[in-house]
Design a protein around this ligand. Sequence first.
Ligand code: GCV
Length: 690
Amino acid sequence: MLIGMLLPMLVTAQTDQLWFANQPKKSGWCNLYSDLSKKDLTEQVIEKELAGFFSAFNKVKVSSDKVANFHIIIDDQKKDNLGAEGYKLYGKLTAPERIDYTIVAETPAGALYGVYAFLRMKKLGAEIPVLQDSNGQAIVERPAFQVRILNHWDNPDGSVERGYAGRSIWFADGKINFRSDIETYARANASVGINGTVIDNVNADPKILSPEMLQGVKTVADRLRPYNIKVYLAVNFSSPAALGGLKTSDPLDKDVIDWWQKKVDEIYALIPNFGGFLVKANSEGLPGPMDFGRTHADGANMLAKALKPHGGIVMWRAFVYNPQGGDRAKQAYYEFMPLDGKFDDNVIIQIKNGPVDFQPREPFSPLFGAMKKTQTMAELQITQEYLGYSDHLCYLATMWKEFMDYPTFHDGKSVIETTLNQKVTAFSAVANTGTMKNWCGYVMAQANWYAFGRLAWNPNLSAREIAKEWVMQTITKDEQTVNTICDIMMQSREAVTNYMTPIGLHHLMGWSDHWGPEPWTSIPGAREDWLPRYYHKAAADGIGFNRSSKNDGSNAVEQYQEPLRSMYDDPQLCPRELVLWFHHLPWNYYFNDGKTVWETLLDRYNGGVQQVEQFQKTWASLKGKVPELIFTEVTKKLEVQLDEAQWWRDGCMQYFQTFSDMPLNFTPKYTMEQCKAKLRTKSYLERQKD
Ligand code: GCV
């Protein structure tokens, strides 16, 4: 009992240390014998990690049972087929009370991941198998994806597009200027298996490729390399003209091809392990091959050919839409499907999870599985652009798992399976880091970074398992408290969806800053597909976007494989959670549970608010059981979250009521006028301050 009470106090709540915060006291001894050469920088990281964990650490020269009790074996023969980043981990009883550990890998990177797995298991109190002989059941792990990569939307001036945790961790004043504690970032990534980072915004500044900037990028690459993290750059397609002074950036122009080739060679001379390019082209006003009458494939392949001799790849984004194109949700499919099979083998098409834009809930993008002769990868968003910024507790792994595991009915594969078994495999997410001391602006937002890495390594892990791992490493190991926090985390995304955009509503948020409810927005001259009314279509006759095949619907359902197509096409069969995504329904339309659309909306909006109230109560019960710093931070953030949940409910339901003319069943905290004024008074930039 006494121990139980003391435990939380022993925990140091250094949330700037991310999931290394809740470190156990050092104990035990480690005499490390390693096959890795002393000069290997990864070897140095391994030594540092082990020395930080054990109370006595030595390097030994002989792998003898008497001396070494921790062995790192590099398996040149590749007997275990571990691949470039896999590892095998086991313990062996070598004397009574003495277990020696062995990590086998083919590369230093594999050994590094083995060490992080060992440390994680030790910290979680998990059993490392102890073998009688080396043929027993060791732990053998290989990452599911080759490229497990963060996308930073950081600009050279130090701002972060959709960043809610301060300024850029990479840039300031037009130059590279990374956080002095960047090793914490590297270590955190490596510990969950993230092995790539695109350090600049996809809305790329051509200057990123200037010689001065590249010198800076090299310093970043050098710092991350020991942690097996490669640097990639997002590039602007018009760089040959904008930076190189050429007359054109046409991908079939010989001078343009030469320019890119020289630029790529220049990069590799500085950064031999450079990963490649990420490209946003012909999207949201950015230049691209279509400006020159060429295709996405022409553009991507031209860059791919320049990178190929060095082993680099091109991640070409499929986030494209234009106001003339009809239903925005259909456009990426229209543009990319005709190009299926036309991309080089070091090009991979990077597709956002949903067909619109990282909304709290979307169906999966129909491109997954449909592009059968093209390599594809998913792009998730860790930064909570549409999910309450770094103010709302919203554990995203449940959303990602829903997406990843969804059946596409293409060759019997789930969404995520359609991106495996390719020559190049990758999994990406938009980072939520910034200069704030705790990196993410909210300790609970760190869990999403952690979860992305873990899922990129192993998509079969469950959201709850990952939450548990994270809580135990970050907050507490007390079982009951861990479970309580996990319960909140597991419900949190559904709560956010309920009070923001339930049953398939989407894009109701504020103009430009994407914060707060603004279904009423009307900006003179604005693109229709940037306004909420384009998406909710609330009117006297009902609400929702008709994407069905009937009654002049956009027929977006046709982009899905049967039986999904028929299921989405019928409002009674369509999952309730997506029904207003695919259907425009009368306010008094009855679902088969006997509730109308209006009643269901009331239930969900009220339910979301009540869920946050419940989170508050549950969290309050943890006082004294979690570190005070974290207790206070979450308490304060939940107050903000509740207020904003009420704001969302009040704003949306009172606005919809102007069309439905049906009664509310709650007393709003805010009038319509107050809902609108709130948006104007609380500045988004203010909230971004460090
Ligand atoms: C980086 C959305 C965001 C933009 C972002 C874009 C993209 O539109 O609001 O900030 O730009 O997606 O993913 O390219």
